[in-house]
Structures are given as structure tokens and as C-alpha cells.
Design a protein around this ligand. Structure first.
Ligand code: NAD
Length: 246
């Protein structure tokens, strides 16, 4: 019997990451996700992910902690033997205007979003290189392309992810490992739920499709980029933004 493919989705316990994990699970993948919060109901999540036949492994690991990452990747390899697809989805915001932004707010966002992506990619790529196969998908953002007032830390981290993705794509292409970035626009999740109705309405009015996107719409692209259907696509930044940036 052919063995299942495996995907590791960071921050896959909620929001966009959870929808990505569910999409791969529904397509028969074994799924590994990490989480940071003690409140995560891992048993419930495991059941939900395994409802379609594949297996799920849920490990507590912070993407800024190299020891916890090593444990996460080692446990994944011991359990499933390989990681075919890595989705660097974990991310945070700490918005403030430049003049009010503390060094702590700046550093933390760069640490989780950009350095976390580097640490995870390095740890997983080691195993992908041995298999001479893999697909890496990094969650950037439209603001990494356009910039955004009040988000200089977040926009810098997401622009950094684009440069990182293109470099990794060039470095690893000869090993048959692809790397692409997804730039979501305005997607309804906990991250955007904190915005006031007024801000939401203003943003929606600037989107040609006149609505927020949903996490499932991002998951569809992530699945395509992870699958063999996208075998000739690498080093790209693909927007899922209702036409917000063109
Ligand atoms: P979310 O806040 O709902 O989920 C983020 C996930 O990352 C959570 O599971 C959280 O536990 C995890 N996480 C945070 N810090 C972590 C750490 N140190 N280690 C491990 N995991 C950690 O956010 P979301 O809206 O689902 O966003 C997912 C990704 O998509 C993020 O990278 C975000 O920047 C990006 N994105 C979101 C939007 C949007 O509109 N929601 C737009 C563009 C890009």
C-alpha cells in the first residue's frame, strides 16, 4: 500500500492554519500541527483532523524556540518517516504607529513571523533534502508587498518572508524542493476579529470583490501549492485578496 503524504502546519490549531490542516487531512494526508496555548483542546482537534482517515499528530511547540522545534520535527519524523509539505503559518501582529512602537513590539513580531519561518524551514528541509522532495509554503501578506500604516513591524516581517521564500526556492530547486509564498488580503479570523466594524467596513470598500475572504479560500491555494499539481511553480508570491492588490 502506498504510504500517506504528510504535511506540517505551524499554528494549525485555529484560523487559516486550521483550515489548511483540515484541507490536507480531507485529501488523505497525515497531518502534524503545533500549538502554543494550553487552552487548545488537542483531543477534539485530533478527532476533527482524523475524521477523514489520515492520522494527526499534535505537538506543543513555539516556533521561536529551537529546542521545541527540534522536538516537533523529530517526533514528526519518528511518527511518519517524512514531511512532504511544510506550511509556515504561525504569525502574530503587534500594531502601533512607528513613533509609538516599542523595540519589544518590533522584535517580537520579527521573531515569530520571520525568524520562526527560518528556524522551521531549516529544521524540516534537512529531511526534505534526504528525500529529494518537498514543498514549502510560507504565509506572507499583502501588506508585505504594499506596506501599511501602523504595521511597520508586521509588514517588514511579511516582506522578509518574501525575500526568504525566493532565496530558499533558488537554493533548493536542485533538490526538487519548491518554496512559495501566499499573500492573503483581509481574511476573517481571530487576527482580524479585533478590528472595529468601522475599520472592517473601510477595508472592505477598498476590495474589488467587496468582502473579506475566508480561511478556506486560503487553504485551497495552500493545498494546490503543496500538491504535485503545482510541480512547475516555485519562488512565487500568490495573492488571495479579492483583488485588493494588483
Ligand atoms: P490567528 O491569530 O488566528 O492564528 C495564528 C496561529 O499562529 C495560532 O494558531 C497561534 O497559536 C500560532 N502562533 C502564534 N505565535 C506562535 C508561536 N510563537 N509559535 C507557534 N505558533 C504560534 O491568525 P490567522 O489569521 O489564522 O493567520 C495565519 C497566518 O496568515 C499568519 O501568518 C498571518 O500573519 C497570515 N495572514 C493573515 C491574514 C488575515 O487577514 N487573517 C492576512 C494576511 C496574512
Amino acid at each position: 500500500m502506498e504510504e500517506n503524504k504528510t504535511v506540517l502546519v505551524t499554528g494549525g490549531s485555529r484560523g487559516i492554519g486550521k483550515e489548511i490542516a483540515l484541507k490536507f487531512a480531507k485529501q488523505g494526508y497525515d497531518v502534524i500541527i503545533n500549538y502554543v496555548s494550553d487552552k487548545t483542546d488537542t483531543e477534539e482537534l485530533k478527532k476533527e483532523l482524523e475524521a477523514n482517515g489520515g492520522k494527526a499528530l499534535i505537538v506543543k511547540a513555539d516556533v521561536t524556540n529551537p529546542e521545541q522545534i527540534e522536538n516537533l520535527v523529530k517526533t514528526a519524523i519518528e511518527t511518519f518517516g517524512k514531511i512532504d509539505v511544510l506550511v509556515n503559518n504561525a504569525g502574530i501582529t503587534k500594531d502601533n504607529l512607528l513613533m509609538r512602537m516599542s523595540e519589544e513590539e518590533f522584535d517580537k513580531v520579527i521573531e515569530v513571523n520571520l525568524k520562526g519561518t527560518y528556524l522551521m524551514t531549516k529544521a524540516v528541509t534537512k529531511y526534505m533534502m534526504k528525500k529529494r522532495q518537498g514543498s514549502i509554503i510560507n504565509l506572507s501578506s499583502v501588506v508585505g508587498v504594499t506596506g501599511n500604516a501602523g504595521q511597520c513591524n508586521y509588514a517588514a516581517s511579511k516582506a522578509g518572508i518574501i525575500g526568504f521564500t525566493k532565496s530558499v526556492a533558488k537554493e533548493l530547486a536542485s533538490r526538487n524542493i519548491r518554496a512559495n509564498a501566499i499573500a492573503p488580503g483581509f481574511i476573517a479570523t481571530d487576527m482580524t476579529d479585533v478590528l472595529s466594524d468601522e475599520i472592517k467596513e473601510t477595508i472592505q470598500n477598498q476590495i474589488p470583490l467587496k468582502r473579506m475572504g475566508n480561511a478556506k479560500e486560503v487553504a485551497e491555494l495552500a493545498y494546490f501549492l503543496g500538491s504535485e499539481q503545482s510541480s512547475y511553480i516555485t519562488g512565487q508570491v500568490i495573492h488571495v485578496d479579492g483583488g485588493m492588490v494588483m
